[in-house]
Write a protein that binds this ligand. Structure first.
Ligand SMILES: Nc1ncnc2c1ncn2[C@@H]1O[C@H](COP(=O)(O)OP(=O)(O)OP(=O)(O)O)[C@@H](O)[C@H]1O
Ligand SMILES: [Mg+2]
Length: 323
């Protein structure tokens, strides 16, 4: 695996954003640049590390690792549900089928954990047991495995994602009943497959978020990304049971440390300009993305620093010009 010194040397070998002409109307997400053409959508994964509703740093190879991991999982689950991949002309790019994305983030959880206000563990600690579609027993411990994976869907909005029940999703007309039933079945089947493959790589798939869409023929399709470290939580399987029994936090793929650094060194919601993250930390985060890519896919990643990334992407997308 590539070493941290090499990553530090090439800390600026990153993709901030793209402005590609002729491949569709551009929209910018937190992490991806999206190009929308009449019959396809192109997703370009940048190296942006986003938190507090802004970009905190550029992490070498993050976009390529996310794309590589998603591609691995799309392939490993294509017998469960069709996905949006049409082509991958570049390590950072997925050319997608045109889909209408359903307005729900389909969250699946295998364990009770988390620290944010909406985390299952946080809500459980406040005494909540009835979650609408399921109830939890008293006496659970943080990071405990659930009897079976559960769905905790939220609305997909730019503001704050709001938890919604199955009944609300249907009665408020967000997704038609039959289709929503299919989504739930597919999400659980995807999570089961994810759990099984992750275990074979020494990992626990703790929780994740799926997005679904409907293609131009009306067929349910898995879109966005799947089982990436940005959309999922992974723990190390080997040490989980002992650590849980001893009341220790699991070992995990951690990208929080950089977010915490900003919290300690700035006021990230209010400061106009943020300090620059220490090179060592950014290189370490890059190394972790590469490590989890290699662990999951079983492929060795070899870095090529020779071609500027945006130039490479523009070249690889030449044949996709719409005019
Ligand atoms: N096949 C697809 N067709 C259309 N849109 C898609 C498709 N796949 C993913 N998307 C959308 O593209 C965006 C991906 O960009 P990015 O991951 O940067 O978004 P984001 O800022 O995280 O926003 P979100 O919170 O909605 O995911 C998401 O809004 C996602 O819903
Ligand atoms: Mg996203």
């Amino acid at each position: 695996m590539i070493d941290i010194e090499t990553l530090k040397e090439h800390i600026d070998y990153t993709l901030e954003s793209t402005h590609l002409a002729g491949i569709g109307e551009r929209r910018q997400g937190k992490v991806r640049d999206i190009y929308i053409a009449p019959h396809r959508t192109i997703l370009v994964a940048s190296d942006r590390y986003s938190a507090f509703d802004r970009n905190l740093a550029l992490v070498p190879f993050k976009g390529a690792m996310l794309t590589g991991i998603a591609s691995f999982w799309f392939d490993a689950t294509k017998d469960i549900i069709q996905n949006h991949i049409v082509a991958m002309p570049d390590p950072n790019v997925i050319v997608c089928k045109k889909c209408t994305v359903l307005p729900i983030e389909v969250v699946v959880r295998g364990y009770i954990t988390g620290v944010t206000g909406t985390a299952l563990w946080t809500l459980y600690m406040t005494g909540k047991r009835d979650f609408g579609d399921f109830t939890l027993p008293d006496g659970m411990k943080k990071n405990q495995k659930l009897d079976h994976p559960i769905l905790t869907p939220t609305t997909k909005s730019d503001e704050h994602d709001r938890p919604v029940t199955n009944a609300e999703i249907v009665s408020e007309g967000m997704v038609e009943e039959g289709l929503w039933k299919q989504v739930c079945e597919k999400a659980l089947a995807l999570f089961a497959r994810g759990t099984e493959i992750a275990a074979s790589r020494g990992l626990i798939l703790v929780d994740t978020k799926y997005e679904f869409g409907v293609d131009e023929d009306g067929v349910l399709t898995l879109v966005d990304e799947i089982h990436t470290p940005d959309s999922s939580r992974y723990w190390k399987l080997a040490s989980y049971a002992n650590r849980f029994d001893s009341g220790l936090e699991p070992e995990y793929f951690d990208k929080e440390f950089l977010r915490l650094w900003f919290k300690e060194h700035s006021d990230p919601y209010n400061d106009k300009v943020l300090p620059e993250a220490p090179k060592e930390m950014v290189a370490e985060l890059s190394r972790r993305y590469i490590e989890i890519y290699e662990t999951l896919t079983g492929k060795e990643f070899t870095a090529d620093f020779s071609v500027p990334i945006e130039e490479r992407i523009a070249n690889n997308l030449k044949s996709y010009a719409t005019n």
